[in-house]
Ligand binder design. Structure first.
Ligand SMILES: NC(=O)C1=CN([C@@H]2O[C@H](COP(=O)(O)OP(=O)(O)OC[C@H]3O[C@@H](n4cnc5c(N)ncnc54)[C@H](OP(=O)(O)O)[C@@H]3O)[C@@H](O)[C@H]2O)C=CC1
Ligand SMILES: N[C@@H](CC=O)C(=O)O
Length: 428
């Protein structure tokens, strides 16, 4: 019944949740692992900062080596964020035989393979369930639950901050900057929220999910990324009128051995379950050749939901300690990825154009699509507030990304096209 001692790196949103769950659920945790779990030391930047929970001042330290080189500590829980410095701490902790639980997707997306190799070398566990989709146990699901299947598509809302913003813009017509501030105050956003709104946080999560799902060495630079900063309230209102919601979707697809991974604002048909995933909630769709369609839903960020995943990993490490099997998991053997070309990436697209309002213009526009071999699903023309300009809304059938690029290029030299107001991928 020797206690398992934990060194916590970080006592912000997630770290606070970890302390609350470890202390508040101690009896349940003990009944699962057979020994007390004790938070021995906590690294913070500023010991004198006021905190929302009471913690023994003796436990706080501003010196990471107090924890990493502490012989009494068995497990490091890293919830401080950051990349290079944090990577150094984790590698050093592993070299000292300490197991690691982390919520850090930035680190795992960029340096996951190196960290996992180091862990195996030293017989240690590194678990990172909270790094993707907060409270949804999607990593364990991909590694274990789908081990028998071949996954062909992973599509999801994997960033809580942007989903919170888009939901408020759609349901309340709220202002983007105001709602971003709310998401920050609620502890959903990253230290630098640019990585949320510009899609980088979601891209890092999609790197992790597609690596695990396709068992391939996907890298962050393989992900085509676009965030939500260019999504206007008008776009959202347009989408709604046509029966769609705008969502920031991560989409990873595999056909034969070829894959593509992207993050982009997408128009999702309101009848698709992902369209009604609102607020800070995330959802991940996984399509397997054998299982077909599955969906995982839950809170994607925030103190207690994220800490639930962190502490579940901690329990898994302690169970392995009891069984003496830490670091014994086989490393995934990643296949060499083959990326799809733009000719191979196919999807439906929405376009909103402002064109001259006169005879023959619609015919010229539709001809431009035909010339690039893009077939149209629906075309709607309506007058704009200016009587010289008409709005044309087009939804294509499945078309290659390359063909859509050619259509847009051809509009650049057509005088009748005044502007391409927006272009979205369409799902559902
Ligand atoms: N917030 C969320 O909902 C989610 C966050 N994550 C990930 O979890 C991690 C933590 O996020 P979150 O809790 O929101 O972050 P916060 O910014 O709320 O907390 C960070 C904590 O780490 C401490 N810290 C930061 N840098 C240093 C440093 N260089 N040296 C010592 N201490 C440091 C801070 O100290 P001090 O308190 O003194 O300032 C603070 O306690 C990140 O990797 C994030 O991406 C993952 C899923 C969801
Ligand atoms: N900033 C992230 C936090 C969780 O990973 C998000 O909003 O999803």
């Amino acid at each position: 019944m020797k206690p398992v001692k934990v060194g916590l790196l970080g006592l912000g949103t997630v770290g606070t949740g970890v302390v609350r769950i470890v202390e508040g659920h101690q009896e349940d945790l003990q009944s699962q692992v057979g020994s007390p779990i004790v938070i021995e030391k906590v690294l913070v930047q500023n010991k004198s900062k006021s905190r929302s929970l009471t913690i023994d001042a003796e436990k706080l330290t501003e010196d990471p080596w107090d924890i990493i080189h502490n012989p009494n500590i068995d497990v490091i829980v890293e919830v401080m964020g950051g990349i290079e410095g944090t990577k150094g701490y984790i590698l050093e902790a592993l070299a000292h035989g300490k197991h690691v639980v982390t919520a850090n997707k930035d680190l795992m997306a960029l340096h996951g393979p190196e960290i996992l190799r180091k862990a195996q070398e030293h017989g240690c566990d590194v678990l990172y369930e909270a790094s993707v989709a907060g409270g949804i146990p999607i990593i364990r699901t991909l590694i274990e639950g789908f081990s028998s299947d071949r996954i062909t598509k992973i599509m999801g809302i994997v960033n809580g901050t942007t989903n919170y913003i888009l939901t408020k813009m759609s349901q309340e017509g709220a202002d983007y900057a105001e709602v971003l501030k709310e998401a920050q105050a609620l502890g959903y956003a990253e230290a630098d929220p640019t990585s949320d709104v510009e899609g980088l946080d979601a891209a890092r999560k999609m790197t992790i999910l597609s690596t695990l799902g396709f068992r391939a060495n996907v890298a962050l630079e393989d992900v085509d990324v676009k965030g939500i900063s260019s999504v206007s309230r008008e776009d959202i209102q347009y989408a709604k009128r046509l029966g769609y919601e705008v969502k920031l979707l991560g989409i990873a697809e595999r056909q034969d051995d070829y894959i593509s991974v992207s993050v982009q604002p997408t128009m999702v048909k309101q009848s698709h379950p992902i369209a009604s995933v609102n607020g800070v909630f995330n959802a991940v769709y996984v399509y397997g050749e054998a299982v077909g369609e599955t969906m995982f839903y839950g809170p994607g960020a925030g103190e207690l939901p994220t800490a639930t995943s962190v502490v579940a990993d901690l329990v898994a490490v302690v169970k392995n300690l009891k069984l003496g099997v830490n670091g014994k998991q086989e490393l995934l053997s990643y296949k060499e990825k083959k990326l799809k070309t733009d000719e191979q990436i196919a999807a439906k697209y929405f376009m909103l154009l402002h064109v001259e309002d006169r005879a023959g213009v619609l015919a010229r526009i539709t001809q431009a699509f035909a010339d690039c071999e893009v077939s149209l699903g629906s075309v709607l023309q309506q007058p704009n507030s200016s009587d010289q300009i008409a709005e044309i809304i087009i939804i294509t059938h499945d078309a290659s990304k390359a063909s859509i690029g050619k259509v847009l290029q051809s509009f650049g030299s057509m005088e009748v096209v005044k502007s391409v107001k927006s272009v979205y991928r369409v799902e559902g």
